[in-house]
Design a protein around this ligand. Sequence first.
Ligand SMILES: [Zn+2]
Length: 166
Amino acid sequence: MRPDPNTRITPPEPDAPAAEIYMRRALALASEAALDGEVPVGAVVVRRGEIVGEGRNRRERGKCALLHAELEAIAAACARLGGWRLWECALYVTLEPCPMCAGAIVNARIPHVVYGAQDPKAGCCGSVTDLFALPFNHRPQVTGGCLEKECAAVLREFFKKLRENA
Ligand SMILES: [Zn+2]
């Protein structure tokens, strides 16, 4: 985990073992996406120790730019919990959220985001920008670098195979 002075990333303590359990489920969803020909990103929403929403990237098959893992997990959690305010929830995602998903996280009032790999091209938790540092009406706490190596590896493997098959 690389501390970045420009972000409010905090170490994944003291709940690191639990965080890794949820991130492993998000990683499994990412691998499922890869098998389906999708860029491997997976996400889960957790409330009081229980996974209440899961999602993975479905952009290619769904032919839609909106089908990111986080949005699917948030939609599932809202449906399951019967409301749009996920104020008791944490979102775990294998890749640093993009601007669209960071916006959804703010809108859903999710208080805690845990991500794995950084995304230098689209990441909005400090890589390209830090949307959560702006004065919106809700500012989630962010923990980066949870199972970072594994989360980055599934992406690297996917793009390597893609190049080999090109
Ligand atoms: Zn996104």
